[in-house]
Design a protein around this ligand. Structure first.
Ligand code: UD1
Ligand code: MG
Length: 454
């Protein structure tokens, strides 16, 4: 048969009800960020990439901020409130309405475990075939204390036993539960409803889904991921560890995709940074959210970019700052101590030294001299500066917006430009130079004579 199999539908349930008291923060734990995106945002993105076509997020009571974060990343997600913390299975069942057997696969993910790759979620889903009721994700723990243990026999997963319920022999097992699970969507409710709370913590454990599924005649399997991928965040030390691992991953991705990072450990990416081929990134560069760098561009040392797009073969820095809305065309050059905000810099244009360009458009091949400032703000509104193609703005000029410098025009150094300049004109707006021959020596002689009389 060559007929296409209909794609399996998938519901992902993300547990985000943790208070995260160990973060010592006014912010709920899952809203803390890694590479510029909340922990919750990372997990929602990963399960969506893994093919989840429906999302349910379980949050704690009185958390409009968490609900808003869900809407931001996944406007169609259903949000459920777990009003009492009675365990991970109880939390999953808060999403009972979404679980009514409509989906082929159900994925359960923890919102405080942000590094799990979409491929890993997808592999868990793939494990759900041939009568498998539950597929659980494990890892070899360096220090297994505190984790649930995988009890396996002949390669099959028989049960997950929580640390607090485990005997000595079980505690010696190092294959631990990461907490993520895939369940057969048509059996999930029957499995979850059969989970009790007769255990050391009097909680409804999601981990009991394994033993329950087996008792219901279903197969249960384990998949294994590297420990680094399934590490969770409980405090700020772990948050920093997760950030470091995420950065390592992004640096590898950029290098394997054809960018040169001279000192990769000093370059910091955002979750969404896009870097082209043959891009050179020098040491100590920081990317905030929303940056795209096209092929062959060079980012010199100590530059900071955010919400910016860098055209092919453009050159930034050293010590450049690109703020949101900075758009550099092909071959544009932005040099040291230059700040660009909400401005388009045309092809081959140069803004090389000590300059602020904000709310502006700079034409192709224009040259902006050292110390030029666009005065874009009068304390009330922002106004635009337009500079035509091939214009030449002399050093230390202030361009008081709204103002237009025509194509090919010159602005004399040190000018304060308050009116439009016609194409190909010269505008000079500064005190005219005067000179008195011999003035200095006469002044000195008179001053010396005055002093001698005193
Ligand atoms: C859980 C697993 C354990 C695993 C470990 C991995 C269970 C019973 N145990 O233990 O096997 O090794 O994770 O880190 O599943 N949550 C709720 N509501 C609740 C309880 C938990 O939403 O009532 C959420 C938490 O916010 C968190 C996740 O579920 O995101 C895990 O809960 P947590 O209390 O951290 O479980 P562990 O004891 O770490
Ligand atoms: Mg935990």
């Amino acid at each position: 048969m060559t007929e296409m199999q209909p794609a399996r539908t998938c519901l992902a349930i993300v547990l985000a009800a943790g208070e995260g008291t160990r973060m010592k923060s006014a912010r709920p734990k899952v809203l803390h960020e890694v590479a510029g995106r909340s922990l919750l945002g990372h997990v929602l993105a990963a399960v969506t990439t893994a093919g989840a076509d429906a999302l349910a997020v379980v949050i704690g009571p009185d958390r409009p901020d968490v609900a808003a974060e869900v809407r931001k990343h996944a406007p169609h997600a259903a949000v459920f409130i777990q009003s009492e913390r009675k365990g991970t299975a109880h939390a999953v069942l808060a999403a009972r309405e979404s679980l009514a057997g409509k989906h082929d696969d159900v994925l359960v993910a923890f919102a405080d475990t942000p590094l799990v790759r979409p491929e890993t979620f997808a592999d868990l889903r793939k494990a759900l075939h041939g009568g498998v009721g539950v597929a659980a994700l494990g890892f070899e723990a360096k220090d297994p204390a505190g984790y649930g243990r995988f009890v396996t026999q002949d390669g099959a997963l028989h049960a997950i036993v929580e640390h607090k319920d485990a005997d000595e022999a079980t505690r010696r097992i190092t294959l631990c539960n990461a907490g993520l699970m895939a369940l057969n969507g048509h059996k999930a409710l029957a499995i979850l409803d059969a989970i009790g709370c007769a255990n050391a913590q009097n909680e409804y454990y999601l981990t009991d889904a394994v033993a329950v599924a087996r008792a219901q005649g279903l197969k249960t399997v384990a998949r294994v991921a590297p420990e680094a991928e399934v590490q969770g965040v409980n405090d700020r030390v772990q948050l920093a560890a997760v950030e470091a691992d995420f950065q390592r991953r992004k640096r590898l991705e950029a290098m394997l995709a054809g960018a040169t990072l001279i000192a990769p450990e000093t370059v910091f990416f955002s979750h969404d940074t896009v870097i082209g081929r043959d891009v050179l990134i020098e040491p100590n560069v920081v990317f905030g959210p929303g940056v795209k760098v096209a092929d062959n561009a060079v980012i010199h040392a100590f530059s900071h970019l955010e919400g910016a797009s860098v055209g092919s073969s453009a050159s930034i820095g050293p010590y450049a700052r690109l703020r949101p809305g900075a758009e550099l065309a092909k071959g544009a050059r932005v040099g040291n101590f230059v700040e660009i905000k909400a401005a388009a810099i045309g092809e081959g244009a140069k803004v090389n030294h000590l300059t602020y360009i904000g709310d502006a458009e700079i034409g192709a091949n224009a040259n902006i001299g050292a110390g030029t400032i666009t005065c874009n703000y009068d304390g009330f509104v922002k106004s635009r500066t337009i500079i035509g193609e091939g214009a030449f703005v002399g050093s230390n000029s202030a361009l008081v917006a709204p103002v237009t410098i025509g194509a090919g025009a010159y602005v004399g150094s040190g000018s304060v430009i308050t009116r439009d300049v016609k194409p190909d004109a010269l505008a000079v707006a500064r005190g005219r130079q005067m000179e008195r021959e011999g003035w200095a020596s006469a002044f000195r002689a008179a001053a010396q004579a005055r002093k001698a009389r005193q």
